[in-house]
Design a binder for this molecule. Structure first.
Ligand code: SF4
Ligand code: SF4
Ligand code: SF4
Length: 162
């Protein structure tokens, strides 16, 4: 092990930013969503990945610490409201973001996120001192969230891309 790395980073340091609440795929903007979603919760048990949970005020949100979205559309099929857009449209504009606790950024060899990314959206830029900074291509990232739970430093969060 090399570099100046905190115990917190090694043992579950976590994301230090303010990750946005991510609603299920194919849902409208936040204000439109909370206007039209009744909070019935039908989408929660419908998700085979078990990544939809009831969040604040009972509205469903995606918890990527539980797993990844495979865009199966079961949440959309389960919704009794006309809330979800057609499956032929882009599911969302959610992208992965790497925080400061990334082991590789701190000089500890780790490529776990890239190994799990089917979209090959993560590349590493080598720096002096043995560090390698992960860079995520927004164009390639599908927002699946596969990289979140596998990161040993809990350094990845999913955010709406502005
Ligand atoms: S598309 Fe499928 S995996 Fe993704 S949140 Fe909806 S039900 Fe879950
Ligand atoms: S999985 Fe990726 S983001 Fe997490 S510590 Fe390893 S290189 Fe950094
Ligand atoms: S969210 Fe999915 S596509 Fe994006 S970087 Fe992570 S694993 Fe790759």
């Amino acid at each position: 092990m090399s570099g100046n790395i905190s115990r917190k980073a090694l043992f579950g340091g976590g994301w230090h930013g303010r990750p946005s609440t991510v609603r299920p795929p194919w849902t409208p903007s936040e204000s439109d969503f909370t206007d039209r979603c009744t909070g019935c919760g039908e989408c929660v048990p419908a998700c085979p990945q078990k990544i939809i949970v009831k969040g604040r005020a009972g509205y469903p949100q995606v918890d990527f610490s539980r797993g990844a979205c495979d865009f199966c559309g079961a949440c959309a099929d389960a919704c009794p409201e006309s809330l979800f857009a057609g499956r032929d449209s882009e599911p969302w504009n959610v992208k992965a973001r790497v925080g400061a606790d990334c082991l590789s950024t701190c000089g500890v060899t780790c490529r776990v996120c890239a190994e799990w990314c089917d979209a090959r959206a993560i590349r590493f830029r080598l720096e002096v001192g043995g560090r390698a900074n992960p860079e995520i291509s927004d164009a390639a990232c599908t927002g699946c969230g596969e990289c979140v739970a596998v990161c040993p430093a809990n350094a990845i969060a999913m955010e709406e891309n502005e």
